[in-house]
Design a protein around this ligand. Structure first.
Ligand SMILES: *Cc1c(COP(=O)(O)O)cnc(C)c1O
Length: 393
């Protein structure tokens, strides 16, 4: 049985009757811009996240850009962000006119290394963007501590972490602002592009709302230069249907991750660490003979497993495993093959590879395997069997 990396139809088609009803309701309403469905979707996301305000926007990328614009981050400012993340995090900093300053990552949880962030602060640093990569929160207490000490803003890029937890708080609710994406491959996957900005700050929420519609208030009177960052009404109505099932999706992802971790950890050459160097530990040396490192879910976080990401140790081994799984009809992907400081568009920054060793290493070692909620147990078994066969080679 083939095992795709993601099967959106397996999730969406069982909801077809409910989705059709929502579609028809919006169609007949004739209202396709903002309106009650957007307001209700915003309220529901605010409740799930535990924040006062949510602003529905056109994409996860635009949510980050809008957050930076609401904070008035501009040319001459610096913003800290990981090098090992999706491009949008840093791309938005550039689009706001500011300069991304790349921070290294923790090799265990894949998130921003706060000690490294502290070293890269300057008098021009205005904000830090921790990314809750693969569905697990970054070490937010140290991030917030650093931000408070230096009076900088925190934008949580929670595109992959809707509903993820950190010490009882929700991703997106801990910083100055948080951003989500409903791109089809995210845990709450929509039918096209959309996203959300959340915040507990009344002033920033109002600014974000204005900037979402060209900074106009009232209509045709512009206080700020914004843009069109609105979420579609149709999209919000359809996402509200899927949101009702979100808890089930998350539980199934967690069940799949637990299955992988339980089964894969028993194979020879496989290592699972619970010690994380972005907290208080300074990282631990690997035992010898390790071929594969499993992702760790920390006790203080509630991981929602947007990705289950392995590290394949040894020169060329990651690419060999990717080929091997591909030949067996098992989908897998490299998130992300090129650290952002190595991207051509950021070459002008002159970042030194030696300064970001973990980002470089992760880009060579990571491989994400299928984790989506609707995976069947035979499919999970097949993935484990294939990895076991590869390790024996
Ligand atoms: C997906 C993603 C984004 C961008 O979201 P879009 O909705 O695709 O624009 C930003 N940051 C991270 C970490 C992401 O995974």
């Amino acid at each position: 049985m083939p095992v795709p990396l993601l099967d959106v139809n397996a999730q969406n088609l069982p909801l077809e009757p409910e989705l059709k009803l929502a579609f028809e309701r919006v169609l007949r309403s004739g209202q396709f811009i903002l309106g009650p469905d957007v307001a209700l979707f915003e309220k529901e996301i605010a409740e799930l996240t535990g924040v006062r305000h949510a602003v529905g926007v056109s994409s996860g990328t635009d949510a980050i850009l809008l957050a930076l614009m609401a904070l008035d981050i501009k040319s001459g400012d610096e913003v800290l962000c990981p090098s090992f993340t999706f491009f949008a995090t840093a791309g938005c900093i550039s689009r706001a006119g500011a300069t991304p300053v790349f921070v290294d990552s923790c090799p265990i949880c894949f998130n921003l290394d706060v000690a490294d962030a502290a070293k890269k602060l300057s008098g021009r640093t205005k904000a830090i963007i921790p990314v809750h990569l693969f569905g697990q929160c970054a070490a937010m207490d140290p991030v917030l501590g650093l931000a408070t000490e230096h009076a900088i803003s925190v934008i949580e890029d929670a595109a992959q972490a809707l509903g993820a937890g950190y010490k009882g708080r929700r991703a997106g609710s801990m910083g100055t602002m948080g951003t989500f994406s409903f791109f089809p491959s995210k845990n709450l996957g929509g039918f096209g592009d959309s996203g959300m900005l959340v915040t507990n700050d009344d002033t920033l929420a109002e600014r974000a709302q204005l900037l979402r519609t060209h900074g106009a208030k009232p209509k045709y009177y512009h206080q700020f230069v914004g843009a069109n960052f609105r979420i579609d009404t149709m999209q919000a109505a359809l996402l509200r249907i899927k949101l009702q099932h979100y808890q089930t999706y998350t539980e199934r992802r967690q069940r799949n991750a637990a299955f992988y971790s339980e089964r894969l950890s028993k194979l020879p050459g496989v290592f699972q660490s619970h010690i994380c160097s972005c907290g208080n530990n300074s990282g631990s040396e690997l035992p010898t003979g390790i071929q594969l490192i499993l992702p760790a879910s920390h006790s203080e976080t509630e991981h929602i497993w947007n990705q289950y990401t392995l590290r394949v140790v040894g020169s060329g081994r990651r690419d060999a495993l990717k080929r091997f799984l591909g030949e067996k009809g098992i989908g897998c992907e490299i998130y992300y093959p090129v650290p952002l400081h190595r991207q051509e568009c950021f070459r002008y920054l002159g970042c030194d590879n030696d300064a970001l060793p973990i980002a470089m290493r992760l880009a060579d070692e990571v491989l994400s395997i299928p984790i989506y909620p609707e995976l069947k147990s035979e499919q999970l078994e097949e993935v484990v069997a294939a990895i076991a066969a590869f390790l024996r080679k």
